[in-house]
Write a protein that binds this ligand. Structure first.
Ligand SMILES: Cc1cc2nc3c(=O)[nH]c(=O)nc-3n(C[C@H](O)[C@H](O)[C@H](O)COP(=O)(O)OP(=O)(O)OC[C@H]3O[C@@H](n4cnc5c(N)ncnc54)[C@H](O)[C@@H]3O)c2cc1C
Length: 429
């Protein structure tokens, strides 16, 4: 069966992935002389940097996800198809999707990355990843469900398993989750669960190296560790999680931690797509591209964002897998597509590094910008502003802003619902 898309005289650019990379490419190509088809397995764009606030019941999923059809409502040249791409048939210039066959003239992969459990089955089975809104909601449900069970658990050791949390990975996600959990312990648990002794609740952050926020400045790493320690987070440096089962986390040095909730924020790996030759795949499952984002050795097929691996003088080991790279590569490729159709020369991609930041609870953040570094209250303000500004859609910006102001003054979020999805509906295709 063929996916129904109107035939056109225009060349068709099929973009797989409505993340930061694919969405920005589609936006910039919307008024071009190409027919644009944006394909995603979800019907929404997800703002991954705020997943942790959904998991911590600070925001509703709908405030950080945005329907793709709404983004492109006015762009008659952009066709959206909600389907999973199963295979690229390079010889025939077509895709096999769950909806059927789809032809392309140019193909762009903006398929992003997924959680990397490094082939360890116990981690994949028992740890909670945070690479989708669904996973963030799963964590929210698991956390509040376990607090409920803990209330009826007399045995101290057993109760620890329900209330203690382990976060693996001291990058921005791990640090932000740890900070948010520590604040929940401080402000929410005593009000919602007065029968629980919140001093019994332990939050562990495990980092294999000797510093947090690798890739940021030493000042940022040190301050992040200081802020988390002040909030009561137990940071374990220079150790690794080697195994996890339903109740315990097993560390490399032989120690164990009792916890039923292990949040895995220790690495990502590129999403694989059948049909892409193995020779194009490099470390981290990324696709090797040239400076025009063309996958090496494949004509007419491009990769952008987290999935793309481009070596440049400034980034000899590839660009960091962050939103700004994805956005800029999407926008740059759109310019090159427009040049291509006008027979103008194509330009190499150059990343404009805008810096990095992470927040650690209220009033505390670390910000490394190219022209200055700051930590503390001002950094927190910068963090709030940047994230609010980057969200898609005015409604989302307003709702998130109201939520943040509300949380700020009340020290409370009111979204602590345990939402159960009926399996019958969960499975529906
Ligand atoms: C928890 C978390 C926090 C983060 N925080 C920050 C931060 O603070 N700052 C920052 O700069 N970056 C942050 N990042 C990283 C940033 O979100 C990514 O770099 C960015 O999303 C990459 O964009 P992308 O378009 O390449 O991929 P994605 O945004 O991952 O989009 C990929 C899209 O492809 C779709 N897709 C994949 N495979 C298929 C298929 N076979 N068929 C159809 N559709 C498919 C997916 O559904 C998805 O919509 C964070 C990431 C996470 C997970």
């Amino acid at each position: 069966m063929k996916v129904n898309i109107p035939e056109s005289e225009k060349k068709r650019v099929v973009i797989i992935g409505g993340g930061f990379a694919g969405m920005n490419l589609a936006k910039k190509l919307a008024k071009s002389n190409y027919q644009v088809v944006l394909v995603d397995k979800n019907n929404y764009h997800q703002f991954q940097p705020l997943f942790y606030q959904v998991a911590m019941a600070g925001l509703e999923p709908s405030s950080i996800a945005f329907p793709l059809r709404k983004i492109f409502q006015k762009q008659k040249n952009v066709y959206i198809r909600v389907t999973e791409v199963l295979e690229v048939e390079i010889e025939n210039k077509r895709l096999r999707t769950t909806l059927g066959i789809m032809n392309y003239d140019y193909l762009v992969l903006g398929i992003g990355a997924d959680t990397n459990f490094f082939g360890n089955e116990s981690l994949a089975k028992h740890c909670i990843p945070m690479k989708s809104v669904g996973e963030a909601l799963y964590l929210r449900n698991a956390m509040f469900n376990d607090y409920e069970i803990a209330l009826s658990t007399d045995d101290y050791e057993q109760r620890q398993g329900f209330i203690d949390m382990v976060i693996v990975g001291g990058g921005p996600t791990g640090v932000e989750v740890a900070g948010a959990l520590a604040e929940m312990k401080q402000y929410i648990l005593p009000k919602d669960y007065p029968e629980l002794d919140n001093k019994e609740v332990d939050i562990y952050l495990i980092q294999s190296g000797n510093q947090l926020l690798k890739g940021m400045s030493t000042e940022a790493s040190d301050k992040a560790a200081k802020y988390l320690t002040e909030l009561g987070v137990k940071i374990i440096f220079n150790n690794r999680v080697v195994n996890v089962d339903k109740n315990f986390v097993y560390m490399k040095d032989g120690s164990t931690i009792r916890s039923r909730k292990v949040i895995w924020a220790a690495g990502i790996t590129g999403n694989k797509l059948k049909g892409i030759p193995e020779e194009s795949i490099v470390w981290g499952n990324r696709l090797k591209v040239n400076r025009l984002n063309q996958i090496e050795g494949l004509e007419n097929i491009y990769a952008i964002g987290d999935i793309a691996y481009m070596e440049t003088e400034a980034f000899p080991k590839g660009h960091p897998q962050v939103a700004q790279v994805a956005i800029q590569q999407g926008q740059h490729l759109a310019k090159n597509f427009k040049n291509l159709i006008k027979d103008k020369p194509l330009k190499d991609f150059v990343y404009n590094d805008l810096g990095a930041m992470a927040t650690i609870g209220r009033h505390r953040a670390v910000v490394d910008l190219p022209w200055f570094k700051t930590q503390g209250f001002f950094a927190w303000f910068v963090w709030l502003f940047v994230h609010l500004f980057a969200l898609i859609g005015m409604r989302n910006k307003v709702i998130v802003f109201i939520n943040w102001v509300w949380n700020y003054f009340t020290y409370d979020q009111s979204l602590r619902l345990i939402i159960k999805v009926k399996e019958r509906y969960g499975k529906r295709q």
